[in-house]
Ligand binder design. Structure first.
Ligand code: ZN
Length: 275
């Protein structure tokens, strides 16, 4: 995703900075395994019978999944760079995202993971909305990525991303909102709970470690993202790993591992609603 640092000396770590072209562009052919297989909703079901069935807390919940970026963003810079208001300033409508060194694009990754996750959540009785309908168009703007959750009064929302940091950086992190007065303040405590639940499930389910370059224990509070500032419903982002790190790029380029990612995130939503 697009990284914005506020005067951090660690700015050198951020490859996915403001410039539209800095994150690998959107025209590289995507990697293997972009097709979405049938759901494997039983893959995380524990064998023990004492606890409530995994996924039971998802029934009847409304969840918005926001696959970061979009496939045609790179060819439409004027639309994507249009400034939109995010509550405490302005930001580009959307960004192109990053890619692995082999050319597997972040937008394709987020689209694939989001669809796998949506199938799992629907299979457990949740009502799921995606913020975009395909991986071949432009946007939507971050205002709409937040706006959908508000309109459908989502119980929770997640924006799916992967990072483009230097190769030595590794691990995943959750971006959670900092309150912006008059905008998202009421949802911040629940978003923190959501972030912790997703973090714990993701760590346990994927084995990917906490980020060694962002946040504390894989939680990174920010107030510079329109998708969080403008959300009235509990929402966080996940940076699933670093696409420029060879080990994590290999995992994210693998369809089986993306299913594992989706399984983990579905478990995280279940844990959030069960708590
Ligand atoms: Zn991204």
């Amino acid at each position: 995703m697009r990284i914005h640092r506020r005067g951090s000396t660690a700015a050198a770590l951020a490859l996915c900075l403001g410039a539209l072209t800095a994150c690998g562009g959107g025209s590289t052919p995507q990697g293997q395994g972009s097709s979405v297989p049938p759901p494997t909703s039983e893959s995380t079901t524990p064998s023990g019978a004492q606890k409530p069935a995994e996924g039971a807390a998802l029934r009847g919940r409304t969840i918005v999944i926001d696959p970061g970026h979009n496939g045609a963003n790179g060819e439409h810079p004027s639309e994507i760079n249009k400034q939109v208001k995010i509550g405490n300033g302005s930001k580009a409508c959307d960004t192109t995202g990053t890619a692995t060194n082999a050319g597997y694009n972040e937008h394709a990754f987020t689209w694939d993971v989001s669809n796998r996750l949506a199938k799992l959540l629907k299979a457990k009785g949740a009502k799921v909305y995606l913020t975009r309908k395909n991986d071949t168009s432009v946007g939507p703007c971050i205002t709409e990525r937040a706006g959908l959750g508000n309109r459908v009064k989502a119980d929770a929302a997640l924006s799916v991303h992967a990072d483009g940091a230097p190769a030595s950086a590794h691990g995943f992190h959750i971006i959670e909102p900092i309150a912006v007065k008059g905008f998202n303040a009421e949802m911040v405590p629940d978003a923190h709970r959501l972030g912790v639940a997703l973090r714990d499930a993701y760590r346990a389910g994927t084995g990917i470690p906490y980020s060694n370059y962002r946040g504390k224990k894989a939680l990174d509070p920010r107030d510079d993202l329109g998708g969080l500032n403008l959300s009235k419903v509990p929402k966080v982002f996940i940076e699933c790993g670093n696409m420029r790190n060879p080990s994590e790029a290999a995992k994210m380029s693998n369809a089986s591992f993306r299913q594992r990612i989706a399984d983990s995130l579905a478990s995280g939503f279940d844990a959030y609603f069960a708590s």
